[in-house]
Design a protein. Structure first.
Length: 96
């Protein structure tokens, strides 16, 4: 067997290996897509709410409207633990 034939034989082996690896990858992807533990399962998932202490909730309360602010993003908090909206309404002279 000459050098070209041996190289062709080696390339064919590599191609078979690549093809096998590709089939394995595709099968794994299909299994992941068909997996019952996919995003579909989480659509209705609601984590259990932990019991928050009275002191914690009192701290995270808006001074203006009296509602809790513990789940409000920091971008929407005004002075301290007050709602930014309440702070702006106060500044504009509106009532809550």
């Amino acid at each position: 067997m000459n050098k070209i034939e041996s190289e062709i034989k080696e390339i064919r082996k590599e191609l078979k290996s690549i093809k096998s690896d590709l089939k394995t990858y595709i099968n794994q992807r299909e299994k992941a897509i068909d997996n019952p533990l996919s995003i579909e399962m989480w659509k209705g998932y609601k984590p259990e709410k932990e019991e928050l202490s009275k002191e914690y909730l009192e701290h995270w309360t808006c001074d203006h409207c009296g509602k809790h602010t513990h789940e409000v993003d920091y971008d929407y908090l005004g002075n301290g633990t007050n709602h930014l909206e309440c702070e702006l309404k106060l500044e504009m002279g509106e009532k809550n």
